[in-house]
Design a protein around this ligand. Structure first.
Ligand code: NAD
Ligand code: ZN
Length: 375
């Protein structure tokens, strides 16, 4: 290549990498109670041939439920039920990809994930790995995916994670819990039907809802805050307050929490999460604690970092009759404690967002140990 051209390309690349992120958004979204009935029409133009199936990855909580009969199956489409008891793993993604490649001669027309954050993340990862060679763990990190994913659709059945809008899919791999962060991760289509969240148990509704609330608090109180994130974060926080402290009808709550989740996800897209997430990653890695409840377990003890947010959180717990489990870290070994601290301290951007460049002055292993000991 001519040297000048190379220099120009490098300069442009460096410039674009260094300052403003060019952020992908979900290009199409349907919202509304009952909108699931439109899924067949939405998928129809995306079907490549009668041999290229739509693959529906569905939370197994819906097995034998009326929802299954409403899935618009055509030709050789397939439903795969998946348990959300454990959070998604890279090996699980690899197994699904191999199964789909073995079961069908043609590549699928699309992957449709129906469920909570667990199923949404699995679907994004499967869609990426169907078009990119190798193992899912090889793509954990930032911008390691080179080819676009297969057409993928996200249909949340519980609200809060923001996984429906984010450009990441969080996976537990052999070495780390880390997302596949890429421009190809974001869904091509999202369908928001608040009716799908009708059956969620009240505690789970609270835990996953609090994931959203905590996204807002961590984003709005972070050093990375900017007008983009703030605009989404403030709207999301307002909706969370209505849902968890107000007196709404169940239908209004479902509508509003679904939109709170969307805005909360958009808010952290252009900023970061903070202390609760950094510490809850440690809990999750060592004890398998799930994301929603893990965030709550940590957040209740973060008065010194988020005084107003934590006060609101306790009010919300009271208002919704929630009591969190206690003694989670009581019997852990010294090794486990050290591992938790290490995993947590590794989340540098989260700490930087929460406390600025000098975060290490506040966050020491003994500081984290003292918080974990309260959980
Ligand atoms: P989940 O998907 O793990 O589901 C929680 C429980 O709710 C499960 O038992 C599930 O079966 C049940 N459930 C879901 N919908 C239901 C319904 N309509 N009726 C009855 N039960 C229902 O929960 P979650 O909190 O949504 O997701 C957590 C996951 O999301 C974690 O793996 C986390 O890492 C991930 N996450 C991803 C992002 C992202 O941007 N990609 C952001 C935050 C969290
Ligand atoms: Zn979260």
């Amino acid at each position: 290549m001519d040297l000048n051209k190379e220099v120009i390309i490098k300069t442009v690349k460096n410039k674009s990498n260094s300052k403003f992120r060019n952020f992908p958004m979900v290009p199409r979204v349907v919202f509304g109670s009952g909108s699931f009935s439109q899924l067949g029409d939405i998928l129809l133009p995306m079907r490549k041939s009668s041999d290229a199936p739509m693959i529906f990855l569905i939370d197994d909580v819906f097995e034998n439920s009326p929802l299954v009969n409403r899935v618009p199956l055509l030709f050789n489409d397939q439903i795969i039920f998946i348990s959300a008891d454990e959070e998604p793993k890279t090996a699980q993604v690899d197994i699904l990809v191999t199964k789909i490649k073995t079961d069908f001669q043609e590549a699928p027309s699309g992957i449709i994930g129906i469920g909570g954050g667990t199923l949404l993340d699995l679907s994004k990862a499967v869609a990426i790995l169907l078009n990119n060679n190798g193992l899912a763990s090889e793509y954990q990190g930032y911008d390691l995916v080179s080819k676009p994913a297969i057409y993928h659709v996200g249909i949340p059945t519980i609200s809060g994670t923001g996984a429906e809008v984010s450009r990441t899919t969080v996976l537990l791999g052999p070495e780390k819990k880390l997302g596949i962060n890429s421009d190809f991760t974001t869904f091509d289509q999202v369908l928001l039907d608040p009716d799908l969240t009708v059956g969620v148990a009240s505690e789970q509704w609270f835990y996953t809802g609090m994931d959203c609330f905590i996204h807002c608090i961590e984003s709005l109180n972070g050093t990375y805050l900017n007008a983009f994130s703030q605009s989404y974060g403030e709207k999301s926080l307002e909706l969370c307050k209505e849902v968890f402290l107000g007196v709404l009808s169940p239908a209004e709550s479902r509508d509003k929490l679904m939109m709170a989740s969307w805005h909360g996800g958009m808010s952290i897209a252009y900023s970061q999460v903070g202390v609760a997430h950094a510490m809850s990653y440690g809990l999750s890695y060592v004890l398998g604690t799930k994301h929603g409840i893990g965030n709550c377990l940590v957040f209740q003890h973060l008065h010194e970092f988020y005084p107003e947010g934590v006060e609101l959180f306790h009010k919300m717990m009271q208002h919704n009759n929630i009591s969190l489990p206690v003694g989670i870290c009581k019997d852990i070994t010294e090794d486990q404690m050290n591992k938790m601290i290490k995993v947590s301290m590794h989340m540098v951007p989260l700490w930087e967002n929460a406390l600025g460049n000098n975060w290490r002055n506040t966050i020491t292993p003994s500081k984290l140990r003292s918080i974990y000991n309260k959980i």
